[in-house]
Design a protein around this ligand. Structure first.
Ligand code: A2P
Length: 276
């Protein structure tokens, strides 16, 4: 298999482009799922305090026998823990559950604008990075206006903005806003939570390449310069989803997938109006 690809952050560090997402993966399943992924060649796991599986993820990493520096670990600050001092405490608790000395990437999970605390939380992330507890810092579900506020208040741009993004909801405007600010884009629910796997356009491209629909969609994220974190608890799917480095989509494939974009394609909550 051709080697996996990496992208470079604005802080000079790199992130493996394909990672394993573990949203909705129970804690006791996470151990096995993470071990399977690391055995299959993944070197990037994306969790969150809110997923309640950081402990299982940490055990899976330990069980793999890999060196700490060979695995890229992301976790996220939950909304209820926003605020400067609260964020510092929450980060330590996540590190404790994961059993790690440092995080590769710590994200503010949602801007939660009604709370009015994301700027203070961001200042805490900047401090955590300065102290070395977190190598890189970023955000999730931020709109351009939220990015501008944290950059304006601290002078520090996030390394990455993780947002809902899949062929039916391609987020072109927000991707451009991220790029203009030196922020990478990362796709959550990259397979549309599985709903896109039966799409006939995707199925046609998959048949032409001798690949599965999931592999075509993941390759589309990779070719689009995105970091992508497909979720699966099924061992053969975890292995399959990493098998995307030995083919490329052609221009006709990309044009066909571009045509699937829809303003109504959002599956998850709208970050501007979410009330949690
Ligand atoms: P499961 O976890 O039961 O294997 P997303 O990453 O967009 O949130 O999508 C995750 C959903 O897609 C899950 O329901 C997952 O099922 C399913 N899924 C992930 N990979 C594959 C695959 N290769 N083939 C079929 N379904 C998949």
């Amino acid at each position: 298999m051709t080697e996996q690809t990496h992208l470079t952050f604005n802080d000079g560090r790199t992130i493996p482009q394909v990672g394993l997402g573990v949203w909705q993966t129970p804690n006791d399943t996470a151990v096995q799922v993470v071990t399977t992924a690391l055995d299959a060649g993944y070197r990037h796991i994306d969790t969150a305090a809110a997923y309640r599986n950081e402990k299982g993820v940490g055990e899976g990493i330990k069980a793999s026998g890999l060196s700490r520096e060979d695995v890229f670990v992301t976790t996220k600050l939950w909304n209820d823990n926003q605020g400067h001092d609260e964020t510092l405490v929450a980060a330590e608790k996540s590190l404790g559950r994961l059993g790690l000395e440092y995080l590769d990437l710590y994200l503010i999970h949602w801007p939660a604008p009604a709370k009015g605390l994301y700027v203070e939380s961001w200042k805490a992330l900047v401090r955590l990075q300065q102290e070395g507890r977190v190598k890189s810092i970023g955000v999730s579900n931020f709109a351009a206006e939220h990015l501008d506020r944290i950059i304006g208040e601290t002078g520090v741009a996030p390394a990455i903005n993780q947002i809902e993004l899949h062929p039916r909801f391609q987020q072109r405007a927000l991707r451009e806003a991220n790029t203009a600010r030196g922020v990478l884009t990362e796709s959550w629910s990259p397979l549309g939570q599985g709903q896109l796997l039966s799409d006939p356009v995707i199925a046609g491209i998959a048949a032409r390449h001798g690949k599965t629909p999931a592999q075509v969609i993941i390759r589309w994220h990779v070719d689009s310069g995105l970091v992508v974190i497909p979720k699966s608890v099924t061992p053969e799917r975890i292995v399959q989803n990493f098998g995307v480095f030995d083919f490329q989509l052609d221009e006709a494939d990309k044009a066909a997938i571009a045509g699937l974009d829809s303003e109504a394609g959002r599956i998850g909550p709208d970050p501007l109006t979410a009330t949690f």
